[in-house]
Design a protein around this ligand. Structure first.
Ligand SMILES: Cc1cc2nc3c(=O)[nH]c(=O)nc-3n(C[C@H](O)[C@H](O)[C@H](O)COP(=O)(O)O)c2cc1C
Length: 343
């Protein structure tokens, strides 16, 4: 009765940086010439977490009674590529909400009374879950009586130990109740999981906005992944803009981190514009030939944008402009101000 009262009360009621380049000649250069969130703060083992860095495969596991979690999982899957697993109660056709949520409430009470006994958890249909295939598991579940919905608890009771060391994301939908107890359930059931620093809470009234909410949460949780697939830079000079894709390297990421940037670039050799004073990680290689559109690092601190063919020197590639039509004309024949910004 106390549970029912609680339930009814709670539920019914980038600054732009301009770098001035030195006008020095590049040494060795020929004279001629990309819902709402709650802080969870800790992992299951109490270690604070940083955003996820998985590069491997992701599994989205969902359970849904009135289709909200199902819609949320589908929305997330329009943004990421992942395998999907539905958790289903073995007993079909049960109305967990009937008679003031009687069935749902007794299932939750059974788990609360004895969380360590398998017999407290409702039986679910067999699933083909291969934990070794995944680095990341994202759980999408409804909240029942402030806890994780019983069928999802059954799934995690069975497989939570097998998720040790995996990155775990939690998305919870409720009518209005806060999700902190669901987070506790997840951490109890996946004790060795590496939980993302924030869970996503989507109220029933927000489900129509799930695409934006899940994408924003995911991109915040996996910033590196997002950047490596989206390091596109808009380069503007002489009133014209071009798109460069940065290298998925320390050099490319470091340059990305400095944007937006406006460089006053000097002319050299009728084929390049350069600017000293931008230090980036360096991994030089010798280039017989460089082409128009190549964005290179020279000597560890000089950004070079080629608008014609050159070569014969060592550089570290920062990125490349694919479509160079009009590049030479936009850069002109003398010094030029070039703006680099995230696209
Ligand atoms: C058995 C049961 C208990 C629920 N308990 C709560 C609750 O305590 N607080 C709340 O805000 N919503 C509660 N809800 C509402 C659901 O959390 C909410 O409608 C959710 O979006 C449903 O997700 P689904 O459509 O994926 O099943 C409950 C729903 C059911 C079926």
């Amino acid at each position: 009765m106390k549970l029912l009262q609680l339930f009814l009360t709670g539920w019914a009621a980038l600054a732009s940086v301009t770098a001035s380049c030195s006008a020095e000649q590049k040494p060795g250069t020929p004279d001629t010439g990309k819902p709402e969130v709650t802080d969870t703060e800790e992992t299951g083992d109490g270690t604070p977490q940083t955003p996820g860095t998985t590069g491997g495969k992701t599994l989205v596991v969902w359970y849904s009674f009135t289709h909200n979690s199902e819609k949320i999982a589908s929305a997330l899957l329009t943004h990421i590529s992942a395998d999907v697993l539905e958790v289903e109660p073995a007993e079909e056709g049960l109305d967990y909400a009937a008679n003031n949520y009687a069935i749902g409430s007794s299932l939750i009470a059974a788990i609360r009374n004895n969380p360590s006994s398998a017999s407290s958890y409702p039986t679910i249909k067999a699933v083909d879950f291969q934990p070794d295939n995944y680095d990341t598991v994202i759980i999408v579940t409804p909240l029942w009586w402030s806890q994780m919905a019983a069928p999802m608890q059954s799934f995690l009771f069975k497989y939570g130990a097998a998720m040790a060391g995996k990155t775990i994301g939690l998305i919870v939908t409720s009518a209005s109740s806060g999700i902190s107890d669901v987070e506790k359930d997840a951490k109890r059931l996946i004790p060795q999981g590496k939980f993302l620093p924030e869970s996503l809470w989507i109220r029933s009234s927000q489900v129509g906005n799930a695409t934006q909410l899940t994408a924003a949460w995911y991109d915040k949780m996996f910033p590196t992944q997002n950047e490596t697939t989206a390091m596109k830079v808009k380069i503007t000079a002489g009133g014209k803009s071009f798109t460069a894709e940065l290298e998925d390297s320390e050099t490319g990421k470091s340059f990305w981190g400095k944007l937006p940037l406006t460089l006053e670039m000097s002319e050299l050799n009728g084929n390049e514009k350069y600017c000293y004073g931008v230090s980036l990680p360096r991994k030089d290689a010798y280039y017989d030939t460089v082409a128009a559109g190549d964005l290179m690092l020279y000597s560890g601190d000089c950004v070079v944008l080629f608008y014609g063919t050159a070569g014969g020197y060592s550089y570290t590639r920062i990125g490349k402009i694919a479509d160079v039509s009009g590049l030479a004309a936009a850069l002109g024949t003398g010094s030029v101000s070039v703006k680099f910004e995230k696209q």
